[in-house]
Design a binder for this molecule. Sequence first.
Ligand SMILES: *Cc1c(COP(=O)(O)O)cnc(C)c1O
Length: 411
Amino acid sequence: MREFERFAEQARRLDAEDPLGRYRDRFLPADGVVAYLDGNSLGRPLRAAGERLGRFVGQEWGGRLIRGWDEGWIDWPRQVGDRIGRAALGAAPGQVVVADSTTVLLYKLARAAVDAAMAADPRRREIVLDAENFPTDRYVLEGIAAERGAALRWIDPDPAAGVTPEQVAAEVGPATALVVLSHVAYRSGHLADGPAITRIAHDAGAPVLWDVSHSVGSVPVALDEWGADLAVGCSYKYLNGGPGAPAFGYLAARHQAALRQPVQGWFGHRDPFAMGPGHEAAPDVRALLSGTPPILAMIPLLAGLDLLDEVGIDAVRAKSVLLTGFALRLADEWLGPRGVAVASPRAPERRGGHLTLRRADFREVTDRLWKRGVLPDFRTPDGIRIGPAPLSTSFAEVLSGMAALAEESAR
Ligand SMILES: *Cc1c(COP(=O)(O)O)cnc(C)c1O
């Protein structure tokens, strides 16, 4: 590998100067893993997650039993939502809940917004979305369009970049009911211009739903400042909530009186324990809830939020830019000459926390890397994603992973 020693020296220097390096010990080690490069799909477990789970089962669930609901669990969806809002979303309290999966919350929020827009003005019957968005987002919106007699209006972004404000401006207008976009594109890692796009949609009279699954805990988000209307995201990626950890939904305070989500269960009722005859929605963000909240599944997320509070999202982002920048230099040096294309934005201000590299045989290359304990992920048709989570990944680990990728690409 060209200039391996020079890059190894850079990795040593970057690690030595890394103010976040000392947090890597907070995570559980993984036997046989040389480089974990998929923090954007599933964050690593914190040691504190297991300890907290054990304590919760023994003392709170085991000791408090049914009393636990009255003593606090009932408020967790909002309390933990407020914590995510403060630590990572730029959202004032009272606008975020933790519940369901991203898919389900996306359905509930998007349906509520489309229903409200169509009721206010029957001409507003288009949902603006993009062809590069995460599949579940596209599928859910297809379903809503079919249910409501709405139409989908597709933006076709450059797959190696993402949706631009100009593209949004060209598609929104008096027929737009809702705009749904990802803040960081799951494939290219493109970082969309949140404030500009939100403004453009609002100028056309349409609300925006941001999917921040790939930004939360990695790139600062400022939903209140952007004037965002709705948002959803995952807690198992950069927030280290664990496989299948619940999602969060944001509904701006100014919309809470008017928007009604379609899965009206008892936990979204004004008074769940009155057990009355008809549904009456809670007057606040709690109306986004449907059934019993996933208390147990929030525990590892609490450990992730403790760490994020301690470090701060700006420090996470600063390291993330250095990590992906380093991976990009290695890709250019070692992989470019072997026919590998970088399918991600090069400008740090347009790049989220991961990169995609493409070559026709990368599915097989990924299989060989996994056998060596080098764990990026593969996305069809031919992309390897490099997602180094800043709190748990060293520059040396990126170097080892990229060196293995270069070796496997040379075979
Ligand atoms: C990861 C991800 C999801 C996942 O949704 P689930 O309901 O948790 O499976 C949805 N949207 C985006 C943009 C994602 O990155």
